[in-house]
Design a protein. Structure first.
Length: 95
């Protein structure tokens, strides 16, 4: 397995983990009071957008040829860091 293939599998697993975390946060938001639910729904939408961006970068990475995938990997790492921070922040707010 190439470095790129291993990296793609790793990132796909992380995106699946984000999806599971997102589903948990959505369930918690449904339990919130009406005024808080609006706030939570906005946060959930932002998380979905970040997840979609990470998925798009992963698709680009999969299609990249040669050494160009290494440059795309840097972008993926940045998206991963942003998403991780966003999930951490959202989880803290939902507690």
């Amino acid at each position: 397995m190439s470095d790129r293939d291993a990296y793609v599998k790793k990132m796909q697993a992380k995106i699946e983990e984000w999806n599971a975390d997102l589903a948990k946060l959505e369930a918690k938001s449904k339990e919130a009071e009406a005024d808080m639910r609006v706030k939570y729904d906005k946060q959930m939408e932002e998380l979905r957008e970040q997840r979609n961006e990470a998925e798009e970068r992963l698709r680009e990475l999969q299609e990249a040829s040669g050494d160009s995938w290494k440059r795309l990997r840097e972008g993926m790492e940045s998206a991963w860091d942003d998403m991780t921070k966003a999930f951490r922040d959202a989880s803290d707010r939902f507690r």
